[in-house]
Design a protein around this ligand. Structure first.
Ligand code: PLP
Length: 408
């Protein structure tokens, strides 16, 4: 039996479908974000990163780096085991308290990533509810879909952000237990879920709510707790899930909820029980970022300012910017090969790194460049990006809107 052939064939299929992923080898430079070194076969090159989910640059904040170094120096590197065995370290407990406070909940539970928190969190919650029906937004992230699959219970998908459809499904479900799973910011389109309306429906039809705030925590709300905080809905959502790996600049994920629910997940979730805990230094770094962003609004304000300026400059240049009410700036390409070619040209000819977003992350025919500005992308970098993208669009024969029309 030639087992390697199976793998080679699988890779061949990805190549045929233009879905084979190539990663750029980057070295971020603390203190110079968003500049980085790209290690090419020809040697190192200076590039500007325009697609990092370290949205606020907190991964290079002196307080965050300081907390990580100081804690690693005192406590060493790894956690030493699962939470049950030796992994419940003091910085991890302090982090959970910080998160519970951030979201105004009794309790929080930290996992090794946002992916794991969704996968093991949703499946465990749903398995503990007899005869549970999960109602899931059609655009939910892969980690939520994995959690829903692993729950093994009935599920129904409601059309993205379609409240009439969700209500229809809630009515049809009758009085069985129901869990509504949705996101606050959908990261590929940059649009926002109607949290208060979903909570209204959940209250009316007796459903539990599970909200993924991965692309919002740190960046929205007066203390950086997310869109639910901004919209005054935080106390209405039963379970808030977030990541420590994006705007908080570290690694890990969590849920925040009432203490009974968190304790049940702690006690039953395989993805919590059977894996090594986060290292103390990572927890301390995340805590430092959360604490800083609870009181500092400079990062949030500057982030929104940069996103607005970027959208306006790219639109004025005639580029097909998708309208979003958030910091996410997708530019539509609509073709897998051209999307990859645009990304390659930006990197090779202009030293600008923007990963192409192709199927299955987005539906085929809606391939795009997803741009994520940070507080540290200044006017000069924005203008350089617009110039480079116009050049790439022209080289690839992709249409640009008339500048005068685009400005309208
Ligand atoms: N939820 C959403 C909506 C995401 O986009 C992602 C990752 O990009 C995750 C969860 C997983 O979070 P993490 O990167 O911390 O694993």
């Amino acid at each position: 039996m030639n087992y390697d052939r199976f793998f080679a064939d699988a890779l061949g299929r990805l190549h045929d479908e233009r879905r084979y992923r190539v990663f750029a080898e980057l070295e971020r430079v603390a203190g110079r974000f968003p500049h980085a070194i790209w290690h090419t076969p020809q040697g190192p090159r200076d590039v500007v990163i325009w697609c990092s989910n370290d949205y606020l640059g907190m991964g290079q904040h002196p307080k965050v780096i300081g907390a990580m170094v100081e804690t690693a120096t005192r406590m060493g590197t790894g956690a030493g085991g699962t939470r049950n065995i030796a992994g419940t370290n003091f910085p991890l407990v302090a982090l959970e308290r910080e998160l519970a406070d951030l979201h105004g909940k009794d309790s929080a539970l930290v996992f090794t990533s946002g992916y794991v928190s969704n996968e093991t969190g949703i499946s465990t919650i749903a398995r503990l509810i007899p005869n549970c029906l999960i109602l899931s937004d059609a655009y939910n992230h892969n980690s939520m879909i994995a959690g829903i699959r692993n729950a093994g219970c009935d599920k129904q998908i409601f059309r993205h952000n379609d409240m009439a459809h969700l209500e229809e499904l809630l009515i049809a479900a009758g009085d069985r237990p129901k869990l509504i799973a949705f996101e606050s910011i959908y990261s590929m389109d940059g649009d926002v879920g109607p949290i208060n309306t979903i909570c209204d429906l959940a209250e009316r039809y007796g459903a539990l709510t599970y909200l993924d705030e991965v692309h919002a925590v740190g960046m929205y709300g007066p203390r950086g707790a997310g869109i639910a905080e901004r919209d005054g809905a935080m106390h209405r959502v039963d379970v808030i899930e977030g990541t420590l790996g994006k705007a908080f600049g570290a690694l890990g994920g969590y849920i925040a909820a009432n203490s009974t629910l968190c304790d049940a997940v702690r006690s039953y979730a395989p993805g919590f029980i059977f894996t090594t805990a986060l290292p103390p230094a990572v927890c301390a770094a995340a805590t430092a970022a959360i604490r800083h962003l609870k009181t500092s609004t400079w990062e949030r304000e500057r982030h929104q300012d940069r996103a607005a300026r970027l959208k306006s400059v790219l639109t004025m240049a005639g580029l097909p910017v998708m309208e979003t009410p958030t910091h996410i700036v997708p530019v539509m390409v609509g073709d897998a090969e051209k999307c990859k070619a645009a990304s390659d040209l930006l990197l090779n000819e202009h030293g600008i790194y923007i990963q192409p977003i192709n199927y299955p992350t987005v539906p085929a025919g809606t391939e795009r460049l997803r741009i994520a500005p940070s507080p540290y992308h200044d006017d000069g970098l924005i203008d350089a990006l617009a110039g480079a993208m116009v050049d790439v669009w022209e080289k690839l024969g992709m249409p640009l809107k008339q500048r005068s029309l685009a400005a309208e």
